[in-house]
Design a protein around this ligand. Structure first.
Ligand SMILES: Nc1ncnc2c1ncn2[C@@H]1O[C@H](COP(=O)(O)OP(=O)(O)OP(=O)(O)O)[C@@H](O)[C@H]1O
Length: 679
């Protein structure tokens, strides 16, 4: 698909099956029924009251112009009607004012009801969509572009709210109006009413045709908003690279392309929409004119002659074709026709908003019902104090590619088969293969190996960021999938390779996850992570704001804040993924000393490129191509004279002593990694 270039072809589109909108409204509306009821009743009341003026006006005109027409009001006993003309005028004025006042109050209450209803739903929906999104497993986020997800949580949720606020109440008012006016007109003069009502089926057919055309266009538009958002979000995040690579022009072009894609999708929808509204108005206008012609000639010349053949009591209903139409009736009729026909054109706007909300609701529903969730077991095995034994048994893992996800491109063509065959890159290769090892409680294990050999992936399986395809990862003899996620993640402290800091203070970042920690605990943890000194030197100390993602700190400082966070958590099992890679050797020595102290009474798994940091580990696993190729203590591995011994020589600077086979293997490895990245 041409327009899919530059998009992640396996990125989720958040599409869901149809019907999601009403399911969402039904589910979220349940707790807000009384607001909806107030909105509904008041919408109907305001419309009904709005019908009174035209009726009163017609009656008043006839009473004034026609000597044989006494002033009478429907449903009002004659005894209540004033005898004098002036009294009747005042009664009419009084009723008009009362109708206007009741109409205004009803209109306020209906707006209150529906707006409150819509805001409540919007709020609940956004929070739930966020919670569902948060529960999705790590691989979902690998495939998803942040901007697109934000578009769903923001724009799409807002779109639903806006339809609820305007669309639903307008529909109700329109319904009340059409039924009310239709009934009154039919009662006044059924034949003349038919002239006005003939527009209804025509408008209906016209609207159905519009909906069919515009619906896929709105879906395409929502998708391209997501695409554009994703591009913008990515570029703001990568602004440093854009600047240092002097890629401003290139990125401006890419944003232009994404924006143009949105423009085209939007314009396509707009073109359809702008032909729809004038079309509706034209139909409404024609119907108004038709009613006027029939009515006017009826007033002037009596009933149309074509109707003379219609029996007066056909079907037992009085058709009134033989009656004259009074000027007052004619005015009432024309006012109603206008009130009735023009708002029908508004129906187009409602349908239009409905279609937009429908496209949005499908995306929101897609997030709410996405099932890529790391499941908590039904009956988790509780920890009985965490001893800290870790075991991997024949573990194999491959990163999922996501062929199940629909690519809807930017051009609005939603893939019918869930992705094109041509994009299928073949079976992905496992990143972890048949890995088995055992870590006794309190032991320290070092994991080393060339870049891309699967070290980070291996430890992510322990905290269930991913689950293995084959084999088992155990903590204290129980499969981690049988542990509750909360307990497991409390037991295992994980310092990621690129630690993430939240916008906020240093203190908040250290206490993240241990939210009830005291200031003294935070400081103690920072000291153990060799972070206290630099924090104390920041302008506001522990209250200094770190900036978004911690940009105001250096890479090494960020690492130490993240390390302090995990130290504060005081987990039984400590997993460090190159936790000190960004700090200088002197600081590293300080951290190593406190880590060694920490490691004495807890299991520690440390990934390291700098082999000196794991030299004293109880065992070292050497990973290559996802397999454990060597295992043992530092001395044993050096004596073995294999990959570890060669890596050790590299770091000791003894490059001249390395065998040629080491370089050949290293070049092969690089080629394999780069080849893997290409596909
Ligand atoms: N989220 C992901 N989705 C798909 N593939 C991934 C993902 N993360 C890593 N990989 C791939 O898995 C392989 C192992 O990556 P991993 O990060 O585990 O290696 P590593 O040994 O920790 O590397 P380094 O030493 O460079 O940190 C690499 O080929 C990488 O391209």
């Amino acid at each position: 698909m041409a327009t899919a270039r530059g998009r992640d072809d396996d990125a989720p589109s958040f599409a869901s099956d149809g019907g999601s909108m009403w399911r969402l409204y039904a589910e979220y509306g349940r707790g807000n029924r009384s607001l909806a009821a107030v909105g509904t009743v008041m919408a109907v009341l305001s419309r009904v009251v709005g019908l009174l003026p035209a009726l009163l006006l017609g009656l008043a005109i006839d009473a004034v112009l026609l000597a044989d027409r006494p002033y009478a009001l429907p449903l009002v006993p004659d005894a209540w009607i004033p005898a004098t003309a002036a009294g009747q005028v005042w009664l009419t004025v009084g009723l008009l004012v009362a109708a206007t006042a009741v109409g205004a109050i009803a209109s306020y209450l209906q707006s209150y009801g529906w707006n409150r209803f819509a805001q409540n739903i919007q709020h609940a929906l956004r929070v739930d969509a966020y919670e569902s999104m948060q529960a999705l497993d790590r691989s979902f986020f690998d495939r998803t572009r942040t901007g697109e997800l934000l578009a769903v949580l923001n724009n799409d949720v807002n779109q639903l709210e806006s339809f609820l606020t305007d669309g639903v109440s307008s529909t109700l008012r329109l319904l009340a109006l059409v039924l009310g006016v239709g009934a009154i007109m039919l009662a006044l003069n059924p034949v003349l009413a038919l002239a006005a009502l003939v527009a209804v089926p025509v408008l209906g057919a016209f609207t159905v045709a519009f909906v069919r055309r515009v619906q896929p266009k709105y879906a395409a538009m929502r998708a391209s908003v997501g695409s554009l958002n994703a591009r913008l979000e990515n570029n703001v995040g990568g602004i440093e690279v854009i600047k240092t690579e002097h890629a401003e022009a290139y990125e401006a072009d890419r944003v232009r392309d994404a924006s143009r894609e949105y423009y085209d999708a939007n314009w396509d929808a707009i073109r359809t929409r702008i032909t729809f509204f004038p079309g509706l108005s034209a139909i409404s206008g024609l119907s108004f004119a038709l009613t006027f012609v029939v009515g006017a000639f009826w007033v002037l010349n009596g009933p149309p002659t074509v109707l003379a053949v219609v029996p007066e009591t056909a079907l037992g209903v009085r058709l009134g074709v033989a009656d004259a139409v009074t000027p007052g009736e004619f005015v009432t009729f024309m006012l109603y026709t206008q009130q009735f026909v023009w708002p029908l054109a508004q129906f187009g706007q409602i349908v239009n908003n409905y279609q937009r909300a429908k496209a949005s609701s499908e995306r929101v529903y897609g997030v709410l019902t996405a099932d890529d969730v790391t499941a908590d077991p039904d009956d988790p095995v509780p920890f009985d104090g965490v001893a800290g034994r870790v075991a991997y048994e024949d573990v194999t893992f491959t990163y999922p590619r996501g062929p199940d996800l629909v690519d809807d491109g930017g051009d609005g063509e939603v893939g019918e088969d869930g992705g094109s065959e041509a994009d299928e890159p073949g079976d992905p290769t496992p990143v972890i293969r048949d890995v088995s090892f055992d870590v006794a409680p309190g032991e320290t294990v070092g994991i080393v190996g060339p870049t891309g050999s699967g070290k980070s992936t291996l430890v992510k399986l322990l905290v269930r960021l991913y689950d293995p395809d084959e084999g088992v990862v155990e903590v204290d003899g129980v499969d981690v999938r049988d542990r509750s996620l909360a307990e497991l993640r409390r037991a295992v402290g994980y310092v990621a390779q690129e630690p993430f800091l939240f916008y906020g203070t240093v203190r908040e970042n250290i206490a993240y996850g241990t939210f009830d920690a005291s200031d003294a605990d935070v400081e103690a943890a920072a000291k153990r992570a060799a972070a206290h000194e630099f924090i104390a030197n920041l302008p506001d100390g522990y209250d200094s704001v770190v900036g978004e993602r911690g940009v105001r700190l250096s890479g090494g400082q960020r690492q130490r804040v993240a390390l302090a966070r995990t130290i504060l958590k005081d987990p039984a099992i400590l997993v460090l993924d190159e936790a000190t890679s960004h700090v200088d050797t002197e600081t590293e020595a300080i951290i190593q000393r406190s880590l060694a102290e920490l490691a004495t009474d807890r299991t520690t798994i440390a990934i390291a490129h700098r082999l000196s940091t794991v030299k004293t580990a109880d065992q070292i696993l050497v990973l290559e191509g996802g397999r454990v190729v060597e295992a043992g203590t530092h001395d044993a591995l050096v004596a073995e004279d294999g990959l570890y011994a060669n890596l050790w020589r590299v770091q000791a600077g003894d490059i001249d002593d390395l065998p040629a086979s080491f370089f050949e293997a290293a070049i092969e490895r690089r080629a394999a990694i780069e080849g893997g990245e290409d596909d």
